[in-house]
Design a protein around this ligand. Sequence first.
Ligand SMILES: [Zn+2]
Ligand SMILES: [Zn+2]
Length: 340
Amino acid sequence: MLACFLEAPRKVAVKDVTVPKLAPGDILVRMEASGICGTDLEKIEGQLGPGGILGHEVSGTIEKVADNITDYKPGERVVAHHHVPCYQCPDCSNGNYTLCNEFRKTNIDPCGFAEYFRVPQYNVARAAVIPLPPELSFEEGAMIEPTACCIRAIRRAHVQKSDNVLVVGLGPTGLTQIQLIRNTTTGRIIGSDIVDARLKLGKKLGADETVNALTEDVPSQVRKMAKDGVDLTVVSTGNEKALSQAFNSVRRGGRILLFGAPSQGASYQLNVSELFSRQITLLSSYSCVEAEMEEATRLVREKRIDLKSLISDHFKLRDAEKALEFAKTSKTAIKTILVP
Ligand SMILES: [Zn+2]
Ligand SMILES: [Zn+2]
């Protein structure tokens, strides 16, 4: 089968490898759609530390199950989650599942950019194989994981009914967050990005206003719409420069939610006296767990979240190298999906 690996920083290769063998409790899935995430691109650039497994936004059809598996059958359409917590340690007991020591050790094998991938028993036993409802396409299925990450993040930000919110960075996750926030607040939602196509889509999906950060000063534009600044800013890009926009756009007593993964070792100079006197709360949210994966599936099925509008480009798995380069450099791409 074909699978795409990160061989060295900035060097990916699609290779012919053997289909993974199943141990008791494992499930083999035939990949039908696999989303390219910003973190895959950052891994390739070496910005998230050395090495890394590519592809974690996956859907597919069960090809084979281990002999002792009775809850799943070949032919079933599923979404699989790569990272799974233990649900027993102190972090898990506090609801900080994504901080669990086991979480990042778990993964699908060999990766999500593969014709077939094995979901290990550890994940299967913790409900990380989720049935994909018939009304959802495989492509929407591949976007359940990033949507679930957004659900977890927005929940951590405790959006109130009348909150004015700024979302900085309108990639697939920023655009999903706008929709989730729209479902909660009647306040104003403002989106900022540097790509006009994304700003346009932001408005279609629920933003009241958008600001092009290349040509306009985001904080002063924000204050035209929310005089004292916004209650919440979601930073949906890893670019630490976005933090200045966030810091200068939020009102006294407001919140900043860090969502986009900054590169390894990235730092930011912060006016701590202002942080203190304006009583600003900094929050972050990393990844998601099965409960949010299920909630994401439900929201898409109930048509309360539109993922189809975010899917912009498709590439064959054998062209993964080209697809990754495209996702990195394209000015029009929103979500790029690999298909078999
Ligand atoms: Zn991701
Ligand atoms: Zn745990």
